[in-house]
Design a protein. Structure first.
Length: 618
């Protein structure tokens, strides 16, 4: 019996799902079109009859789920629900999940009603006259106030709750939405009082929470909704519903800190700006953005606290963003893989003491200049290291190299990487060859957990090609320490073509990277319920394998992963001749050169993988 994910993919034609976004034309057994994820002249976006797609221009690949997740900026659970409804597939859920799904529509209605209530007060209430003057002084126009539905909460302990209770909502509803707070002595009071209200929406435009600025001496100055069924501050970006199209169009996202830092730029026509709600950037916020663009600019305060927040944000972004395997020739004529950050992260330096909204109000040209001159992540770290370390001491020099080399290693452009190597050598005043030697060393993986005593080795048994993905994941699930032992292969979710495997591995990778040990039941709870049956099947498959010593399990997993990589490289190589021929016919020399170079790179990579497989077959 097929899983719900398999049934959805069987019922939906991926060509029909993609066609509204890409003009596809048949090319032999495949379909071809211009990639929706980057700008190109000659089509290099291929849709395969088995339900997958791959772009030979930007490397985007996946299935109907990843396509919907990326184009509509959805999490897997949201894409699953949307596609299940389209395919007519019923999803089974946990009782708690069913109850939560049933509660969400009413909470959304309640939040919409509260938004309109606060908004009407700001526009029409005599008690909001001073607030309207404050809003105007901050430079916000009437269209902005109305378009973003800014509001005002009266200086009252129960005005909002009485209004909403009168509309038919219950006290339990108000508590669940975070609109009221329970008193210690009993009873409830309105959470927001005498504050300017900023509705916070998800990517679909639904109000999930509120930000509220104090208009007097009340503390805190800014107050947000608590965690609710709808609102998760760590997974929310203010302005995302207005900014997502501009982020896609400009292929760039600018992250600021506050509400006004979003509103003023949008009002001035700068629409690719979102805010992290005044907190340090989180991995979930970065994942929300990376489906829209891999070019991210952080525009945080220039003071010491702002620099610390920027550093934390950069580390979060580097961890959350993906890396691509780039084959690099060695001096022996072989190929090794280096993993480069598949993104461009930059830091916008604000004038001291000024916020983005002040800069934009003064001059959009000045803001544009700051955006264009934003520092690449490596240059920013060079500045920080220079300012914070004693580079005249051996300890300071070692610390600088240790801090900067991992960043330099991730630079995808070899010329830029060479530039930073030279810069680092000059900075610490050591021979450049020493820095280059350090750079060539593979990045150290996480320490391997101690392995148990090996049992007598039975004969090695290789998996069938058709079950390579399942086999690899099954091995990892029954023997989690293998994940660290094959860390040099830099396994990623995108290495798995099958949706269930990709999502299960993504959850496994997150869990094992954050936990000291692997606890199966705790891991199971992190998975979407629709994946539980697949997890059980993988565990059964893993447990049914003959007992092997740790080194043989590692060998089997490495061979399996290399075979997967070999198959992917062969498939990509097979498609290149027709793409190259079409580019030549169109006179697109830039694409011809890029595809020719890509063919060479893929052939070299395939040769390297086949060499590794041959070495392991001995």
């Amino acid at each position: 019996m097929p899983t719900p994910v398999e049934e959805i993919k069987e019922r939906l034609d991926i060509v029909e799902v993609i066609s509204p976004y890409v003009r596809l034309r048949k090319a032999g057994r495949t379909f071809k079109g211009l990639c929706p994820f980057h700008t190109e002249k000659t089509p290099s976006f291929i849709v395969y009859p088995d339900g997958h797609y791959h772009c030979f221009g930007c490397g985007a690949s996946g299935d109907v789920f990843t396509f919907v997740m990326r184009t509509q900026n959805l999490e897997f659970r949201e894409a699953l629900q949307l596609l299940a409804e389209r395919a007519g597939v019923t999803l089974e859920s946990r009782p708690q999940a069913v109850a939560e799904d049933q509660a969400r529509p009413r909470l959304r209605e309640l939040m919409a009603a509260a938004t309109q209530y606060y908004h009407n007060l700001l526009l029409r209430s005599s008690e909001a006259q001073a607030v309207r003057q404050y809003v105007a002084q901050r430079g916000l126009t009437a269209p902005t106030v109305e378009g973003w539905q800014l509001g005002y909460a009266l200086e009252s302990w129960d005005a909002a709750s009485n209004y909403l209770l009168g509309r038919g909502y219950s006290l339990d509803d108000l508590v669940a939405a975070g609109l009221v707070v329970e008193r210690q002595g009993g009873g409830y009071y309105d959470r927001f009082r005498h504050r300017l209200i900023f509705p916070i929406r998800d990517a679909k435009g639904n109000v999930t929470g509120f930000g509220a600025r104090a208009l007097g001496d009340e503390q805190p100055k800014y107050l947000n909704s608590p965690q609710t069924l709808l609102f998760d501050k760590s997974a929310t970006l203010y302005g995302i519903e207005h900014a997502q199209e501009a982020i896609r169009r400009h292929d760039q996202a600018i992250i600021v800190e506050g509400y006004m830092d979003v509103l003023i730029p949008h009002q001035m026509g700068i629409s690719n700006v979102v805010a992290s709600l005044g907190t340090a950037l989180t991995d979930r916020q970065v994942r929300l953005l990376k489906r829209l663009s891999k070019n991210i600019i952080l525009a945080l305060d220039a003071d010491a606290a702002g620099e610390e927040a920027t550093l934390r944000g950069l580390e979060v972004a580097r961890e959350a963003l993906e890396r691509v395997a780039v084959p690099v020739p060695t001096w022996r004529g072989l190929i090794r893989f280096e993993y480069k950050l598949d993104a461009d992260i930059r830091i916008l330096s604000l004038p001291p003491g000024q916020d983005p909204d002040e800069v934009v109000r003064r001059s959009t040209a000045e803001w544009q200049h700051l955006v264009e001159t934003a520092l690449p992540i490596v240059d920013f770290y060079f500045q920080v290291v220079t300012a914070r370390l004693d580079l005249t001491s051996p300890k300071g020099k070692s610390a600088a190299v240790e801090r900067l080399l991992p960043l330099i290693r991730e630079v995808p452009d070899p010329v830029a990487q060479a530039h930073y190597v030279q810069k680092l050598a000059r900075l610490v005043q050591v021979d450049q060859r020493l820095v280059e030697t350090q750079l060539r060393r593979a990045p150290a993986g996480r320490p391997r957990p101690p392995a148990g005593q090996p049992a007598p080795p039975p004969a090695r048994r290789e998996p069938r090609p058709s079950s390579l993905e399942d086999y690899a994941l099954a091995l990892l699930l029954v023997e989690p320490p293998l994940y660290w032992q094959v860390g040099d292969l830099e396994l990623r979710p995108d290495d798995f073509v099958r949706t269930e495997n990709r999502e299960t591995f993504a959850a496994f990778q997150t869990y094992i990277s954050q936990s000291e040990w692997f606890e199966l039941e705790a891991f199971r709870q992190t998975l979407e319920p629709v994946l539980h049956a697949h997890l059980e099947a993988l565990l059964v498959q893993g447990a049914s394998q003959p007992p092997l010593p740790v080194e043989d399990l590692e060998h089997a997993l490495r061979v399996c992963l290399l075979r997967l990589r070999e198959g992917r490289l062969r498939a990509e190589l097979a498609e290149l001749p027709s793409l190259l021929q079409e580019a030549q016919a169109a006179g697109d020399q830039e694409t011809v050169q890029r595809l020719a170079q890509q063919a060479t790179t893929l052939k070299d990579a395939l040769s390297q993988v086949q060499g590794a497989l041959y070495a392991r077959s001995k």
